[in-house]
Design a protein around this ligand. Sequence first.
Ligand code: SF4
Length: 268
Amino acid sequence: MTTTLDPEYASLKPWRLPDGLLYGPFPTRRKGRALGVNLLPPSEKVCSFNCGYCQCGWTPRPPGKGDWRDRCPTTEQVAAGLERGFAQLHAEGNAPDAIVVSGNGEPTLAPEFPQKVERVLAARDRWFPGVRTMVLTAGTELGDPAIRAACDRLDERCVKLDAGDAKTLRAVDIPLVPFELADLVAWCRRLRDVTIQSFFTRGAVDNTTRPALDAWLARLREIRPLEIQLYSLDRVPAARGLRGVPRADLEAIAAEAAGAAGVPAQVY
Ligand code: SF4
């Protein structure tokens, strides 16, 4: 596939405060008003994937390269930023419906991720008790038991599964680290529970062909998620040539997934 980045598209998050830690709350289709927490550098994308549809644009380099870790907030800075930001939201009467650990790429790559998750939980308990916490992840780091345990501390784990076979996954998500779907399945099954999020595209890359869908359904049967969430393009993607999948087609895929995996499947 030939892809070029649309310079109008790539965008990092609009921060609430200049420390680059919090963004939102912003309205979402699934979780109401979601408050994002970014544990990565404020002005730089870091990810183990390079999905052509990413809201943050292209991933500049594999996560094993560069000194980006030095630009991540420390655990102490995360704790201080959460305290400052949550106190401000509380004073504004601006409580979120959900607190989402996500940000400028793959959150579980952040140094001291487990310790930072604990700080998120402590701040939530202090300022917004009862508000649900979750992580959005590509799942590449879930082989580490400490990362899995940290994800299990949150209320919800949303793991990306855009394809069930290696070739389609390479085309859609462009992994920048060694990554095996069989490993992802095994790691997901070791989590407390998991929600699967799947993105569908047509055009230069198509993960809705019959063979691609059959492979994806087989992985869903293995993972046995709590829920499957399907979506397609709702904005201009980083990669030119990707096309959205009509909602009716997504609904048909969702119905098939619900039947195959025996769990609710929703189109967003
Ligand atoms: S995994 Fe998420 S953050 Fe990373 S490139 Fe894909 S869409 Fe972007």
